[in-house]
Design a protein. Structure first.
Length: 230
């Protein structure tokens, strides 16, 4: 008798701060709109508010300053994550750069949400930089993580307008509103087994994804120019 194939629905989440993206995941799981399990929430900030959003048994945190090196911290973090046997590891407001060995260890299972329309504005202060440059549009991206910072294949993006008079906080709040549905939409593809990264190729339903999917106003993902949602 052959075993029933299991869905890749075990999600580990990495956080450093407030955790509103984590909360969106938890709420969607509770509402039955994301068929997944949170297997652990991991932080480089033991005081992160995000950790309080899950029961203590699901929390792991440690201070990098208690480790001899960046590599040693990431190895301990990686061991803790691996122990929970996740199918996906999602950086949702994890603000520490991951070392190459960590990224290689989890390559193909490691996703990040970043507050810009990558490849524009990798790194920090994305909202202030977009305003300073006079951008008409800004947004968020969910991408696979590779060793180069914020440079992995972008799976999907959500766009928002930059409005006259916006400051960084106002723009960040507008972007955050689309981050949550964007992350959930990508995770639905991921836990359904529709998304994969093999080497440098990202696939959706087995077909190479050449351009990022776009979040529409109904919260669905579409290929650019396509009639219907994916
Ligand atoms: C989000 O805006 C996320 O895109 C950003 O941190 C915020 C976390 O908010 N991530 C990065 O800047 C990663 N480079 P949250 O803690 O409320 O989810």
């Amino acid at each position: 008798m052959s075993a029933t194939p299991t869905r890749p629905d075990r999600i580990a989440v990495l956080v450093s701060g407030r955790g509103s993206n984590l909360q969106a995941i938890l709420d969607a799981i509770d509402a039955g709109t994301l068929p997944a399990h949170i297997v652990g929430v991991f932080s480089d900030k033991p005081s992160a508010a995000a950790l309080e959003r899950v029961e203590p048994a699901l929390r792991w945190s440690a201070s990098p300053k208690d480790y001899a090196s960046r590599e040693a911290f990431d190895a301990a973090l990686g061991d803790a994550i691996e122990a929970t046997q996740p199918d996906w590891i999602v950086c949702a407001g994890y603000l520490r750069i991951l070392c190459d060995a960590f990224v290689e260890r989890f390559q193909g299972r490691l996703l990040n949400i970043h507050p810009s329309l990558l490849p524009k504005y990798p790194g920090l202060r994305t909202h202030a930089r977009a305003i300073a440059d006079g951008e008409a549009e800004h947004g968020a991206s969910v991408h696979f993580v590779i060793p180069e910072l914020d440079a992995g294949t972008v799976v999907a993006q959500a766009r928002v307008p930059v409005r006259p008079g916006d400051d960084a906080d106002a723009l960040a709040a507008r972007v955050l509103e689309v981050e949550h549905p964007l992350l959930l939409a990508v995770l639905r593809l991921a836990v359904a087994g529709r998304l994969a990264e093999r080497g440098t190729t990202t696939t959706l339903d087995g077909h190479a994804l050449f351009t990022p999917l776009l979040l529409d106003s109904a919260g669905a993902l579409r290929a650019p120019g396509a009639d219907g949602p994916v």
